[in-house]
Ligand binder design. Structure first.
Ligand code: PLP
Length: 392
């Protein structure tokens, strides 16, 4: 039986083996492993790529978010609004700095934080005065963290407007959206560049993946950037003198070398993801499934959705997944349980039913294979098997 993997990193490595091993050898020869010129080079390239002034390389996407929250001084007594339909780290970092995540349901089509629901939440559950925005139970609402899930930007224009109106800090979880664009009049802005800060993850399975953990913050705020540069290194400035408490959130040079090399291929990889997505869109249309939306395609072209994942909605999701699995087609579920239903967050006081769209989405979503090295024949098989399932 021909098998189609959900994802396969070996293929990418085979094509880049010689270059990457040479880059890694160079770092080994230098024996300079932490931060340094390789990291600085990557920071510069990602800042330019996203139209921001500063890039700050970190040890992971999770640590990038933690660093932003710490540098913004968010902590006990504070609350941060985010989505319950995302990877765990989006909300766990809020708890880790001592603040409370406040969840707002998602839009059923884009899977992102719903702007109308956010507006309603602010109007009905929060009060604004000179000292800021407070919840009914007296928490200071400090920030909003939308997640550009699966490679599609959240509605950054409307989120920016609401954050300005309510004087909240916008922080973008762009972990899955490096290179995605959002329309801004007759121009575009890049994922991560609109908020006070944005962050990316270079977890190996991401569009741009390291050989281990790595992440990066972008910002155009020089004070915030300076704080983060210090705080990612234990708050140390100068050496062995600490005015603030930071952490060890540093990126290492081996990861930066891999990422800088792979970065040169990102555009081609994203284009290939786009063409795989278009074939799915064309050949799965008309079946009883929901296909991803591309709201920014007209103004941003293929960069309007970088298809970190191709996620469909299927009411018979579990059956479909089981049949595909029997037939050797790999799929994945992002994410099976919304965050407000996770056991570790039970003390936040949410209940099942609080976020019906997120809960329904978690039952229906299914990610299909989409990676640049997926062959046309493999994709044909995925499509055939799905069509057969719905023809039964
Ligand atoms: C939406 C989202 N936020 C945050 C993270 C955390 O990134 P990392 O795994 O690099 O810590 C990830 C990636 O796993 C993610 O997908």
């Amino acid at each position: 039986m021909i098998k189609v993997p959900f994802f396969d990193l070996h293929r990418q490595f085979q094509t880049l083996r010689t270059e990457i091993l040479a880059d890694l050898a160079q770092v080994c020869e230098s024996q300079a492993f932490i931060l340094g010129p390789k990291v600085a080079e990557l920071e510069e390239r990602i800042a330019v790529f996203t139209g921001t002034k500063f890039g700050i390389g970190t040890s992971s996407g999770t640590d990038a978010e933690l660093l932003i929250l710490m540098a913004l001084g968010i902590g006990p007594g504070d609350a941060v609004i985010t989505t319950p339909f995302t990877f765990f780290a989006t909300a766990s970092t809020i708890v880790r700095v001592g603040a409370k995540p406040l969840f707002v349901d998602i839009d059923p089509e884009t899977f992102s934080l719903s702007v109308p629901k956010l507006e309603e939440f602010l109007k009905t559950e929060c009060v604004a005065n000179e000292s800021g925005v407070r919840t009914r139970d007296g928490l200071n609402v400090r920030a909003v963290i939308p997640v550009h899930l699966f490679g599609l930007c959240s509605d950054l224009a409307e989120l920016g407007r609401l954050c300005d109106e309510w004087k909240l800090t916008l922080v973008e979880d762009a972990a899955q959206a490096l290179g995605a664009l959002f329309p801004n009049g007759d121009r575009h802005v890049a994922a991560g560049s609109v908020g006070a800060a944005g962050f990316f993850s270079f977890y190996p399975t991401k569009n741009l993946g390291a050989f281990g953990d790595a992440g990066l913050v972008v910002t155009s705020d020089s004070d915030l950037a300076k704080k983060m540069q210090i705080m990612r290194n234990h708050g140390m400035d100068p050496k062995y003198y600490h005015e603030v408490i930071g952490g060890n959130f540093r990126m290492d040079a081996l990861q930066a070398a891999v990422l800088s090399r792979k970065f040169g291929y990102l555009e081609n990889w994203s284009k290939r993801r786009w063409s795989i997505a278009q074939r799915y869109q064309g050949e799965l249309a008309g079946l009883r499934i929901g296909l991803p939306v591309e709201p920014y395609h007209e103004s941003c072209g293929w960069r309007g959705h970088i298809y970190h994942q191709f996620v469909i909605r299927a009411p018979q999701r579990d059956q479909l997944r089981a049949v595909l699995n029997e037939q050797g087609v790999g799929t994945e579920i992002y994410y099976p349980l919304p965050l407000h239903q996770q056991r570790c967050f039970q003390n936040l006081g949410y209940r099942t039913g609080d976020f019906p769209v997120a809960e329904q989405t978690a039952k229906e979503c299914l990610a299909l294979p989409i990676f640049p090295e997926l062959t046309d024949d493999e994709q044909a098989l995925v499509i055939l098997r799905i069509r057969e399932f719905f023809a039964r």
